[in-house]
Design a binder for this molecule. Structure first.
Ligand code: FES
Ligand code: FES
Length: 180
C-alpha cells in the first residue's frame, strides 16, 4: 500500500492503495466518482477516459502512482474545470442533450471527455479532426454521427459565446437595439 496524493476535480485527495491500482478503480471505488465507466479494461474502448493535466488518458490502464501530484478531471468536474458555474452543464453536455446523442449511454462519459480535450486544443474542428480525435472511443450503439453533430453544435455555440463576450469586453452594445 502507498499513500498517494492527487488533485481530483479541483480538490486535493489522499488515497491509500496499492500503487499499481488503475486510476479508474481509485476514482470509482475509493473516491465514489462513478461517472467514469469500465469497458474493456485494456485501453481499447475509451469508456474510462478522464483528463490528467488536461490530456485525455485511459484510466483503466493508468496506475494511480503515475498521476501522483497531477490534476485529474472526471465527468463530474468537467463543467467547473472549463469555467461553468456550479450546477451548470458543460457546453458539450448541453450539445449531447440537444442532439439526443446517447442510446444506452454507457460509452458517453468517455466520448464527452475526449470531445472536451479536442475542443480545448482545436476549438472549431473539421470532420476529419473529429474522426481522428474520437477514433479510440467506441460506441456499440453506433451513435458516431450524432456525436459528430454534437461536437459541431458545441463548437459553434462556444464560438458565438466568445464573439458576444468580445463585444462586451470592447464596450459594444449587445444586439442592435440602440442604447437602452
Ligand atoms: S475501459 Fe479503459 S479503454 Fe476500455
Ligand atoms: S450509447 Fe451505447 S455504447 Fe455508446
Amino acid at each position: 500500500m502507498a499513500d498517494i496524493t492527487l488533485r481530483v476535480n479541483g480538490s486535493e485527495k489522499k488515497v491509500s492503495v496499492a500503487s499499481e491500482t488503475p486510476l479508474l478503480w481509485v476514482l470509482r471505488d475509493t473516491l465514489e466518482l462513478t461517472g467514469t465507466k469500465f469497458g474493456c479494461g485494456a485501453g481499447l474502448c475509451g469508456a474510462c477516459t478522464v483528463h490528467v493535466d488536461g490530456n485525455p488518458i485511459r484510466s483503466c490502464s493508468t496506475p494511480v502512482s503515475q498521476v501522483a501530484g497531477k490534476s485529474v478531471t472526471t465527468i463530474e468536474g468537467l463543467a467547473a474545470s472549463d469555467g461553468f458555474a456550479a450546477g451548470q452543464l458543460h457546453i458539450l453536455q448541453a450539445a449531447w442533450i440537444g442532439e439526443e446523442v446517447p442510446q444506452c449511454g454507457y460509452c458517453q462519459t468517455g466520448q464527452i471527455m475526449s470531445a472536451a480535450a479536442l475542443l480545448a486544443k482545436t476549438p472549431h474542428p473539421t470532420d476529419e479532426q473529429i474522426t481522428a480525435a474520437m477514433n479510440g472511443n467506441l460506441c456499440r450503439c453506433g451513435t458516431y454521427e450524432r456525436i459528430r453533430k454534437a461536437i459541431h453544435w458545441a463548437a459553434d455555440a462556444a464560438k458565438h459565446a466568445r464573439r458576444e463576450i468580445a463585444k462586451i469586453d470592447n464596450g459594444e452594445e449587445h444586439g442592435s437595439g440602440g442604447s437602452q
